[in-house]
Design a protein around this ligand. Sequence first.
Ligand code: COI
Length: 356
Amino acid sequence: MSEYTITVIKNENPKPKPAADKLKFGKYFTDHMFIQDYSEEKGWHNPRIVPYQPLVLDPAAMIFHYGQTVFEGLKAYRTEDGSIKLFRPDKNMERLNRSNDRLCIPAIDEEFGIKAIKHLVHIDNEWVPHAEGTSLYIRPFIIATEPYLGVNPSSTYQFIVILSPVGAYYESGINPVKIAVENEFVRAVKGGTGEAKTAGNYASSLKAQEIVAQEGYAQVLWLDGVEKKYIEEVGSMNVFFKINGEIITPMLNGSILKGVTRNSVIELLKYWDVPVVERRITIEEIYESYQNGGLEEAFGSGTAAVISPIGELAWEGKKMEINGGRTGEISKRLYDTLTGIQYGSVRDPFGWVVDV
Ligand code: COI
């Protein structure tokens, strides 16, 4: 399969690039996109890089009705010597195929997926921004395209990759975010699609997020969908707590996303001999450790969010100010080291960074 040849049609009308200080998250898109089709007869075929353009889909396409779709998120980084690097793209392609399996979408060739991403980034290389804290966000996704209203897996799909120059995900930049624990709604349940990167998980999170935003919170922290007791994730990031010197993150249970940054944080902490444990942890335990002074830091991890310190956690009317609302020592060390590895200014002992 990997011998596919990617056809390239160059964009003859490139767009002006946004100024680095105007970059937010996911607002601007580059000049090209990658597309590959799937049919039962031909499998994945016709890979091409074409000018960035609207898609033409039948209104009955199954993506619109039953949400059969998956996506990924990774970034390309501009290093000091001007070269461009990707961070662990193999992990994203591996997870894309796990999401594909959950959503009954045919697997892609992971190596070819990386090759397609590299080729696209190479063509749009001038869009990889230079300013500190900026990068080119890569959004691979797959949609069900068969026009059919019966509820079963589509027989045709498109695998698409688009690129977006980005700055910080949160409006607060790299400053600590305020997060509210969600008590009413749930994001995912055991046996559901929580572990998959699929649109429905994000659509179902919007209501809760809209409500807490009115009170000034950036996002909600989800509890488990059964007992509403155990910490799960934030939706755009996994979470970590430092309690009495130990870093704790909820263990993967099928409803928590298996974050690439989450895994990289755990690997880094182990490499530094900082105690780190993956286990179930309740919101009561977090609150008790806050009350007795043991809760030292909290932070989220994600491709878009990088390492986002949590300065305030609200739960049932109680407000926990963490580390005086400031970025904690371990959050800062992780942020500096991870971004240092990604931007090539810190040695990468793990072989995580790859050339485009
Ligand atoms: C990412 O961090 O890449 C994500 O996919 C989170 C996203 C929903 C912004």
